[in-house]
Structures are given as C-alpha cells and as structure tokens.
Write a protein that binds this ligand. Structure first.
Ligand SMILES: NC(=O)c1ccc[n+]([C@@H]2O[C@H](COP(=O)([O-])OP(=O)(O)OC[C@H]3O[C@@H](n4cnc5c(N)ncnc54)[C@H](O)[C@@H]3O)[C@@H](O)[C@H]2O)c1
Ligand SMILES: N[C@H](CO)Cc1c[nH]c[nH+]1
Ligand SMILES: [Zn+2]
Length: 430
C-alpha cells in the first residue's frame, strides 16, 4: 500500500506512479492475449479446448463446449429457495432500473416541412462474458443479461469459465431466470475470441459485453472494431472518500471488498484525517487475519492499494477525478454536494449506509463499470449498449424547395457535382 500526502512536493509523481501501476500490469498481458486470439481464429474449437484444458483444468471435446439445457436445469435445481428469492429480488430491481433507461424514438416535422426521425433498434446478437476464474458471479449474469433482454436483443450467447469442470448452480439459475440458454463453458481471452470471430460451434456476435480479469479486458480491447464492446471492465476498483466520523473497521471492510476480487484490484482511501487513516490501515490488517480470501486481498492491497491524505474536500475531488475510479464511495456529511464535484467515476455510492456492495447486487444500476481510468470517457453497462440508432428524413417537393438550394451550394463548394445535381435536377421537375 502506498501512502501519499498532497502536501508533499513529490505528490504529483507519486500519484502518477500509483495510477500507472495497474496499467503496467495489464500491459504485460497484451502479447499472450494476441497469441490466444490469433490461435482461436486459426484453429477454432480445437484452440478453445486446448486453452480450457490449460487454464481451467477441464478436458472437453468441441461437442461439450456448450452446456446443455438439461445440465443447466439439473444444476440450477440445487439452489436453495431463499437464495432463489434473493436472486429474484436483485433481478427485479435491476430490470426496473434498466427499463427506466429505455430511450424514446424521435419523430417530428420541422418548420421546413421535413419529417425527421431517429429509431432505436436492438442488436441481433450479443456475447455476454461472465467471469468465473477466482469467484463465481451470478450477479454478473443478471447485470449482463437483463439490460440485453430489456433492449430486445434476439440472441444472447454467454461464456463462463468453469474451473475443474464445476458448474455453479446459482450462475445457471441466474441464466435460467434471464432466459439465457446458449451457454459455453469457456473463459478468458479464448472466450472473447470465440464470440468475436466465431468457430464451427460458436456463431460470432455483434457486441461483447461484461467484466473480467486483465486477460478478458485486454482481449475485448483487441477485438474491438471487429465487434463492438461495452467498455473495459477489468479488475475492480474503489476509491473511498471518508471523514473521521466513520467507523474505521467498516471503511477497511469496504476497501477489502474490492481487494478480494483480484490481486490486480485497487482500493484507495482519501481522507483529510491522518489519525483516521492510521486506524483504517490497522483495521485492514486486522480483517486480513480472518478474511477467507485474504491471500488475494492482501496482494491487491499491498501492490495496488493507496491512502491519500488531502487538505480539503476540493482537493479530495481533484484526486478522485485523477483516479476516475470504477466505484466511488462518499462517506461524508453531505455526500451529494461532494458528488457534484466529481466529473469522472463509473458509479457513486453516497452515504454512510451505502457501501459499494449494495450496487454489486441489489441497488438496480449496473455493476459492470469502466476501470483503469476509462471512466474519463466510458460509462457502465446499460440498455444503450444493446441498442443502436437509425435516423430518417422524409420530404416532399415543398420541403426540398426550402432546404435543397443550400445543399446545392454546399455540394458545389465540395466539388461534388453529382451531389449538387441530385438536388437541383429534382427541383427542375414540374
Ligand atoms: N469492472 C467490472 O465491472 C467488474 C465486475 C465484476 C468482476 N470484475 C472483475 O472480473 C475479474 C474476474 O476475474 P477471474 O479471474 O475471477 O475470472 P475471469 O473469468 O475474468 O478469468 C478467468 C480466465 O482467465 C484466463 N486466465 C487466467 N490465467 C491466465 C493466464 N496466465 N494466461 C492466459 N489466460 C489466463 C483463463 O482463461 C480463465 O478461464 C476480477 O478482476 C474482478 O475484479 C470486474
Ligand atoms: N464489484 C464488482 C464490480 O467491480 C461486481 C461484483 C459482483 N459480485 C461482487 N462484486
Ligand atoms: Zn464486488
């Protein structure tokens, strides 16, 4: 864990080093990912089976890549009723939030008499990546599939790694709840490659969405252009802005809640209160003694964690904007006022009773969010990721008479005579 203080003359350089740390780590996977994607393009299903054997310790034939509907049902049937109820509550809230996002078409006639429109249509096929290497993520099935369903996507193809061949019952139940039936037991860069380029058993999709580790995030970056992607939703991050009126143990737990995802996750505390920071750091150590995933969380905290001491809330907001974190927790007296100073964050959690874990499961907004400072230009997963727009123009002669002559002038200025004639010759007709 790095400790920074904005009063230090080296602060800017130290902050840059903390921000760069994870970038360096993910940069190192670019070459292996390139090789895996090329191999999937060349050898198709055989490459998928080889990588699944190597990384997930599971031997498959191409015919076994897809999880059968009987297996989905059989596995999902093991979920306890109260767990099903919790999943159903989460699904209801996530669906409702995404339904509220649905945009309206445009259709109006302007003062020149032209009828102008913009119509939203859904993608034909979306690939949903559900992580599964170090933990199982039924909640990510809901976060991926429900916005796609709300948008009206026809085909959903889901990939989820099943280390050692173990199917997670709640992941299967979540898929069943969302009506996802096309599921492949593959993960990592090879799954992204299969969804992007297609193989004899997996038809390609139009856009790949969903979170994953550094290999998945890098693979999405590399296939972008061939297919669409949502955003780079890599190893998790949280920045917690807290004053000394918080319980240090609760803040420590919130930091560990991201750190336990991945050795490359990043948890950062920003505070004006140095003594409080010391207590949080001590509480992190205390909690690590008993946390079941302490090995992962400790590595993340030690390698990527940071505590930043600032002099004011304005300074705290500046530092937050530099991090552009996936998640921002604001544990202050007036969190809303602070949040308005933040320009870059995937999602903001306001108030001492609103830890980030609310958003992971049952808040409603999506938990698939941009990481590695991409919140400067990207947003979390939403129905918009599964929709695109088509505009339309409709006019009669009167409308063309009003706007056409200006078009003729502009076409001539561009030296595009057929364009000019396409407009002017029509206007000559009686
Ligand atoms: N940003 C978000 O919205 C968000 C949401 C949920 C989870 N996450 C992140 O998702 C990630 C889940 O990671 P995970 O590892 O548990 O599951 P994962 O499914 O993302 O990755 C597992 C796969 O990684 C590949 N892999 C592992 N080691 C490899 C190696 N050495 N070379 C090539 N490929 C390798 C394997 O193919 C394996 O199947 C975490 O980083 C978590 O923080 C992010
Ligand atoms: N915090 C993760 C997003 O970075 C999402 C998640 C799913 N389950 C638990 N957490
Ligand atoms: Zn989480």
């Amino acid at each position: 864990m790095k400790r920074l203080n904005t009063t230090s003359p080296q602060f800017a350089a130290e902050l840059k080093a903390v921000l760069a740390r994870r970038g360096e780590q993910s940069g190192s996977v670019a070459e292996p990912v390139r090789a895996i994607l090329a191999d999937v393009q060349k050898r198709g299903d055989a490459a998928l089976c080889d990588y699944t054997e190597r990384f997930d310790r599971l031997t498959l034939t191409p015919a076994q890549l897809r999880i059968s509907e009987a297996e989905i049902k059989e596995t999902a049937d093991h979920v306890a009723p109260e767990t099903k109820e919790a999943l159903a509550l989460a699904a209801k809230r996530i669906r409702a939030f995404h339904e509220a996002q649905l945009p309206k078409d445009l259709d109006y006639t302007d003062e020149a008499g032209l009828r102008l429109g913009m119509r939203w249509t859904a993608l034909d096929a979306a690939g949903l990546y559900v992580p599964g290497g170090k933990a199982a993520y039924p909640s990510s099935v809901l976060m991926n599939a429900l916005p796609a369903r709300v948008a009206g996507v026809r085909r959903l193809a889901m990939c989820v790694p099943t280390p050692d061949g173990v199917l997670n019952p709640l992941v299967m139940e979540a898929a069943r709840l969302c009506g996802v039936t096309e599921i492949y037991r593959i993960g990592g860069a090879q799954a992204v490659g299969a969804l992007a380029y297609g193989t004899p058993t997996i038809a390609p999709v139009d856009r790949i969405v969903g979170p994953g580790n550094a290999f998945v995030a890098e693979a999405k970056r590399q296939v972008f252009g061939h297919v669409g992607i949502d955003s780079i939703a890599g190893p998790s991050e949280v920045v917690v802005v807290a004053d000394g009126n918080n319980d240090p143990r609760l803040v420590a737990i919130d930091l560990l809640a991201q750190a336990e995802h991945d050795e490359q996750a990043q948890s950062v505390l920003i505070t004006q209160d140095e003594a409080f920071a010391d207590k949080v750091v001590a509480a992190v150590e205390e909690e690590l003694k008993t946390l079941p995933r302490a090995k992962i969380a400790r590595k993340s905290w030690e390698d990527c964690g940071a505590v930043v001491i600032v002099r004011s809330e304005d300074e705290a907001a500046e530092v937050v904007n530099e991090f552009a974190p996936e998640h921002l927790e604001v544990l202050l007296d007036d969190p809303r006022a602070f949040s308005l100073k933040v320009r870059h964050a995937g999602a903001i959690f306001m108030g001492r009773f609103c830890p980030e874990a609310v958003g992971d499961y049952v808040g409603g907004p999506n938990h698939v969010l941009p990481t590695s400072r991409t919140a400067r230009f990207a947003s979390g997963l939403s129905v918009y990721d599964f929709l695109k727009r088509t505009t339309s123009i409709e006019t009669d002669r009167e409308g063309l008479e009003k706007v056409g002559p200006a078009g003729v002038i502009l076409a001539r200025e561009e030296g595009l005579d057929a364009h000019a004639m396409s407009l002017s010759e029509r206007l000559k007709k009686g």
